[in-house]
Every structure is written in structure tokens, then in C-alpha cells.
Design a protein around this ligand. Structure first.
Ligand code: ATP
Length: 704
């Protein structure tokens, strides 16, 4: 050693190379010197170190507790303990400290030799590593001096530069709900109430931190608070995702089932509760077989077989509710394999609405088919009518007698009442039936006519009620009956007296129930038809003779209209004759304009056993054989004898009238006297005159 300076330099050089951290401290805890290893450990330069006090490095020492430490060392000479050093960057590490006192120039000093506590650093590393894997950081708050220790992971979790930022007054501002965090910290610090809660950070996007804190007691005093921060953002996101998926599944319109091949129902969407009516508790105990008792083991096995083979099984099914009612569903089941076990996830869709739509569509198509057929049939019928050139639009008649008939037509037309029109042939019964239909609410639907006298007995039934193909020999196709054609409209049954007695109950059923059974068909057909019947027969007489059912008669005779013969409304003859003259003249391309007075007279004196039809035919014939413009009497007016003979159903009055005219012809129209008609008829002249007046027989009549 050359000199003291060299010696000091060497000592300093040697101290820096010592494998220990060494520090020298004054009584006032001021660091007066530290070796290089110490400076490196705490992260300060020597110059900086020499401005620090022990409590700036050793967090277990406070300015207040220093006095006690000093005294202990001064008394004992040397002391060994463990402490926690805080680096310039705010990190902590545990050290083993050996201190001893020494005196220099009458002053006392402490020399501390510290060494990082290897076991603690091992655990510290272990803790730090495991904590960073689990995203957990620990901290410990010393309530005595307010200092805080925190693991690196705790700092990382809260993006803190140093543990200072984790002290209660600062850390609370890391969280959105700082008020709540402050409150909970206050509770644990003051009252020792532990907490474990989730907090959202102020970061963007926010992170979720689970914060746990509990007090550490010394006796009954809280002297430290131990806490943990755990970043659960990922877990929370996953949890949120799971909640979202579950909400989606539970709110799906479809029902979702997860079940295994043994028939255990493992998971289900909450929609099952509402849709099937079972409680959650009940569902949790149920197997697939309990859920649907119609599922057999055989079906279930084959269902899984299909799933294993194709990965998918799609089918329609009827699902039962708790109350036993069922609804149609479409099931799409997919195969899942998990840990070598077979599962199925089935999406079950309620197809009630679809089925209803299909049914409605089917019904609509059937209806269209039916309407199409009906239109075709109606069309065919109307074409037939048109080709017959029937024109029923004009009803001619102004006589008082006929007016009372027309009043009845007017009265009954707007009602739904069945009408029975009686009267001789050719009086215009069909015309009245048409007038009733055309003035009724059914006028936009057809009036269908059937003359019971013109059809062979065995065809009337199929004509009226229709038949199915093969119902009888010759029924080569389905045929709609007149009643089906008339549905919604009116049917006119002419010559109802000719309806075979066997068919009368069937007509009665239509009148009473509005339905009938189709010939050869299986269904009962419902119809809405108004019936107008007509006859020139005396139905009451037929009832007596057993040819007509009395119940049917009363059903038909709801509103009887008796159509009077032409001879009882003679005033209408000129009008009718003029009408037919114009009609047939135009048709034949003739020039007839009027009837001569003689022609009118002659017609007025004819009794028209064939009624208006006879008059019409007569004029048609006259237009052909005569020439106009005025129609004069001619051969076209029939002889009286022929007239009488052709009238099978002449009334008593008509017969009387004919007979009186016959006698008058014989007496050359002399009424009184020995050669007069009254004598032949064995009655008083006055009586004969009165009768002639009543029967419309005028004394002077010229037939030619
Ligand atoms: N008041 C009238 N005005 C005009 N023409 C009439 C009148 N009444 C009847 N006719 C005509 O007389 C003819 C016979 O009428 P309609 O066929 O209606 O008689 P009907 O009583 O039904 O006969 P049947 O009992 O023989 O079936 C028809 O051509 C019809 O146009």
C-alpha cells in the first residue's frame, strides 16, 4: 500500500465486489454509503442512495419505527431479520438483513449486509409466473403505515407503474364504479368486512376485474388487508357469449332438444315449458319416452340408426302437450358425437299454421273444382235453354182477374217460401215461376227447370239428385243433379204431380233438411235451393188415391198461387194476341201490324182449352198462312167441336159454357120461346140470360 488514498480506493474496490449488498447508515437513518451491488439491487446510483433514508428502501421500516430499530441494534450490537426492499421502479424483493453497530470517531453507525432471500425469490417467481398464467395478482396493504405490497401481476392487471398506484385513494379510480370500490375498501379497512366482487375498468374496451379483499387481524385489530385482483375479462366474455347463446336458444321459435341414444333428455330450450305446458322441474325428470308416450323403443332405435348413418334425420311428427292435445311439427335432428357417445340435437318446428294453410288451400282447390264443375254444368244447361229460345221476360195481362195473380207473385217473390203454382196447362205457370225467381234475392243464381212428366220414371232421380260414375248401368261419368246446379238459386219442378211416389220422400228431405244423398255417392250433400213447383193435376185428389204424399203436399203448398185459365181473363186476349202477332210477324219477316175487329171478336168467343199456349200457337200459325198488315179471321181459328174434344180437364164452368153455346148454335142463338135454348136447357129465360152473362156468352157471335 503506497498511501492512504490507495488503501481507501482498494477497500472501496473490494467492497463493490463483495457478493453482498452493503449499506452504511447514520443515527438519523440517512444512508452514508452503499456498495455497487446494493445500488444495483435498489436501482439507484450511489449519489442517489446517499440522499435516501432507510425507510425509502426498506418498506418494513417507517420514519417513526426507525428509532426502535436503531436502539435495538445499539443495545444488541448485531441483529438479523428479513425485510422487503423497494426498488427505484417501485418493485419489491425480500431480503435477509444482517446489521451490526460500529463506532467511528465517537459516532455510532450501522452497517447492513443484505442478501436477496433466495427462497422468497423462488416463491416470488413462482407466484409471479402462476399469477400471470391465471391472471391473478396479490397485494397487501399495511394499515399501520399505509404502505402496500403488490405482485408484478397485480400491477400488470391494473396497468399500474408502481405499487403506489394500488393504494386505496388511487386504485379506486381504475374502476368505472369507483364509488362502490371505495365503499367496499372502506368496509374491509374499517370494519373487516371482506368482499369479492366484479368490477369494470375504465379502459376501452373495458376489462372485468374480480377484486377480493379480506382483513388480517392481530388480536381483534385489523392491521393488514390482503387482496387479489383477477382479470376475468375473457371468462366474462365467454360467460356473456354463453348467456347470449342460451338466450337465443331459449327465445327461438323452434323447440330444441338434446338427447342421447338411451332416451335421456339432456338439454332443452326454455320454449318447451311454454309450448308443452310442463314445468322445468317436471322436464328435468323426464326422458324422451315420458315426453312422448307414442315413441316406441323400436322407433327410437331406428331414429338413432338413421342419425348415425346419415348424420341427419328429418321427419314430421305429432307432439303431445301435457294436457294431451297434440300439434304437428317438422323435426330436424342432427347427430353429435361427444366422448364416443351418440347424441342428437333436434330442432322442432311447429307447423300447425302451415298445415292449416295446406288444408285451406286444399279446401279452396276443392271449392274451385266444385265451382268450375258447377259453372260448366250451368253453362251447359243455359246453352240448352238458349237454344230452346225461351223468352220469359214479358208477362202480358191487365185483366182484374190476372192482376190478383200477379199481386201474389209480387208478394211471395222476395221471400224464401216454397211456392205451388196450380192451373191448367198453358196458362203461363212457368212464366210465373220465372217472374218469382227474377224478383227474388236469388236472381243472380240460375233458375233450374225440370219437368217431371217428360222424363222416364227411372231417370228422374239421377236427373234431380245427380249420380256418381258407376252408380247404375249407363252411369259412365259423374253427373251433377239439377239440385246441385240450382244451389243458391231456384229449382222449378214442373208437373210435380208426376213425381214418382218412391222419390217423394227424398224431395221431402230436401224441403225439410236442405240435404240429400247422392246416387252411388257416399256423402250427404247440403244445398240451399228455393223450390217452386207447378201442377195442372188435382193433388188433393191424388193424395186420396195414394199417388201423392200428403206431407209433401203441405210442404209444397206453403204459398199456393192458382193461375187462371185464359177464358177467365178474356180481357187479356186482344193484348196477348197483338203481342204474339208482333212477335211472330217479326220472326217470319211479315208485315202484320194489327188484328181486325172480327178477329178479336172471334178470339174473344173462343174458350181456349189450351190457354195462352193455344192462342200463341194459333197466332203463329195465322202469321204463316195469312198476310198483313191486318190479321183477319180465317181457318186458323179452330172449330168449336174440336176445341171441346181436346179439353180433357175443362172446368165445370167451361163445360157449362161450351154446352150452352152448343145449344145456342142449335137454336140459331134463340134463347126464349118454344124453340129457344132455355126450353131445351129446361130453365127460365131470365136464368139463362144471367148465366150467359156470367159465363161471358154474347148473343150475337160471328165465327167467320
Ligand atoms: N201472361 C203471359 N204473357 C205472355 N205470354 C204468356 C203469358 N202466359 C203464358 N205465356 C206464354 O204461353 C206459353 C205457355 O206458358 P207456360 O209454359 O208458362 O205455361 P204452363 O202453365 O207452364 O204450361 P204447362 O203446364 O203445359 O207447362 C209460353 O210460351 C209463354 O210464353
Amino acid at each position: 500500500m503506497s498511501n492512504i488514498t490507495d488503501e481507501l480506493e482498494l477497500k472501496g474496490w473490494l467492497m463493490d465486489r463483495l457478493p453482498y449488498e452493503m449499506v452504511w447508515v447514520r443515527e438519523d437513518s440517512q444512508i452514508i454509503y452503499a456498495n455497487a451491488r446494493f445500488c444495483k439491487g435498489v436501482g439507484y446510483s450511489l449519489k442517489e442512495c446517499m440522499k435516501l433514508k432507510v425507510s425509502d428502501i426498506n418498506v418494513t421500516v417507517t420514519p417513526e419505527s426507525w428509532k426502535n430499530h436503531w436502539e435495538e441494534v445499539m443495545t444488541k450490537g448485531a441483529v438479523q431479520f428479513r425485510a422487503v426492499h423497494k426498488t427505484k421502479k417501485g418493485k419489491f424483493y425480500e431480503v435477509e438483513v444482517h446489521v451490526q453497530k460500529f463506532s467511528y470517531n465517537g459516532n455510532s453507525y450501522i452497517c447492513g449486509t443484505t442478501n436477496e432471500f433466495s427462497e422468497s425469490s423462488f416463491y416470488k417467481n413462482l407466484i409471479d409466473n402462476t399469477h400471470s398464467i391465471a391472471n391473478v395478482g396479490g397485494w397487501e396493504l399495511n394499515l399501520h403505515d399505509g404502505s402496500i405490497l403488490a405482485t408484478n401481476c397485480a400491477l400488470d392487471i391494473l396497468n399500474a407503474e408502481n405499487s403506489e398506484e394500488l393504494t386505496p385513494p388511487k386504485v379506486i379510480y381504475k374502476f368505472k364504479d369507483s364509488g362502490r370500490f371505495k365503499f367496499l375498501l372502506g368496509e374491509v379497512i374499517r370494519k373487516g368486512i371482506a368482499f369479492d366482487e366484479l368490477f369494470e375498468t375504465k379502459d376501452s374496451p373495458p376489462r372485468y376485474i374480480r377484486a377480493v379483499a379480506k382483513p388480517i387481524l392481530k388480536g381483534d385489530k385489523i392491521y393488514k388487508v390482503l387482496g387479489v385482483y383477477q382479470d376475468v375479462t375473457e371468462i366474462k366474455h365467454k360467460e356473456n357469449d354463453v348467456t347470449l347463446y342460451k338466450t337465443i336458444i331459449d327465445n327461438a321459435q323452434d323447440l330444441i332438444y338434446v338427447y342421447n341414444d338411451k332416451g335421456d333428455l339432456l338439454h332443452y330450450s326454455e320454449s318447451l315449458i311454454e309450448k308443452l305446458g310442463f314445468s322445468k322441474k317436471e322436464l328435468n325428470k323426464m326422458s324422451m319416452f315420458d315426453l312422448d308416450t307414442s315413441v316406441t323403443r323400436e322407433f327410437y332405435n331406428s331414429h338413432f340408426e338413421e342419425l348415425r348413418e346419415k348424420g341427419l334425420h328429418r321427419f314430421e311428427w305429432l307432439i303431445s302437450r301435457k294436457d294431451g292435445t297434440k300439434f304437428p311439427v317438422d323435426i330436424t335432428a342432427s347427430h353429435l358425437k361427444y366422448y364416443d357417445e351418440d347424441y342428437s340435437c333436434a330442432v322442432v318446428r311447429d307447423i300447425t299454421a302451415k298445415k292449416m294453410r295446406d288444408l285451406k288451400l286444399y279446401e279452396a282447390l276443392e271449392e274451385i273444382k266444385f265451382l268450375k264443375e258447377r259453372l260448366e254444368n250451368e253453362n251447359e244447361y243455359l246453352q240448352e235453354e238458349i237454344s230452346n229460345k225461351i223468352n220469359f221476360n214479358n208477362i202480358i195481362g191487365q185483366s182484374q182477374a190476372y192482376k190478383s195473380v200477379l199481386i201474389q207473385v209480387d208478394q211471395v217473390a222476395p221471400t224464401e217460401a216454397t211456392v205451388l203454382i196450380t192451373g191448367e196447362s198453358g196458362t203461363g205457370k212457368e212464366l210465373l215461376a220465372r217472374a218469382i225467381h227474377n224478383s227474388s234475392g236469388r236472381k243472380n243464381r240460375p233458375l233450374i227447370k225440370l219437368n217431371c212428366a217428360t222424363l222416364p220414371k227411372d231417370l228422374i232421380e239421377s236427373e234431380l239428385f245427380g249420380h256418381k260414375k258407376g252408380a247404375f248401368t249407363g252411369a259412365i261419368a259423374n253427373k251433377a243433379g239439377k239440385f246441385t246446379l240450382a244451389d243458391g238459386g231456384t229449382i222449378f219442378l214442373d208437373e210435380i204431380g208426376e213425381l214418382p211416389i218412391e222419390l217423394q220422400p227424398k224431395l221431402l228431405r230436401v224441403l225439410q233438411e236442405g240435404e240429400y244423398d247422392e246416387l252411388g255417392g257416399t256423402k250427404t250433400i247440403k244445398i240451399d235451393v228455393r223450390i217452386i213447383a207447378a201442377t195442372n193435376r188435382d193433388l188433393k185428389e191424388m193424395i186420396r188415391e195414394g199417388q201423392f204424399r200428403e206431407d209433401l203436399y203441405y210442404r209444397l203448398n206453403v204459398f199456393p198461387i192458382h193461375n187462371i185459365p185464359l177464358r177467365a181473363r178474356k180481357d187479356d186476349i186482344p193484348l196477348l194476341a197483338q203481342f204474339f202477332l208482333e212477335k211472330y210477324s217479326a220472326k217470319a219477316g211479315k208485315t202484320f201490324k194489327r188484328l181486325s175487329k172480327d178477329t178479336i171478336d172471334a178470339l174473344m168467343h173462343y174458350n181456349f182449352p189450351g190457354n195462352i199456349r193455344e192462342l200463341e200457337n194459333m197466332i203463329e200459325r195465322a202469321v204463316i198462312v195469312e198476310n198483313g198488315p191486318t190479321l183477319k179471321p180465317g181457318n186458323w181459328i179452330p172449330e168449336k167441336d174440336i176445341v171441346a174434344a181436346s179439353n180433357d180437364f175443362k172446368s165445370f164452368e167451361a163445360n157449362q159454357r161450351d154446352y150452352i153455346i152448343e145449344v145456342l148454335d142449335h137454336t140459331n142463338w134463340r134463347v126464349s120461346g118454344p124453340n129457344g135454348a132455355a126450353k131445351i136447357l129446361k130453365m127460365k129465360d131470365k136464368t139463362l140470360f144471367a148465366k150467359m152473362k156470367r159465363l161471358g156468352i154474347e148473343k150475337k157471335i160471328s165465327l167467320k
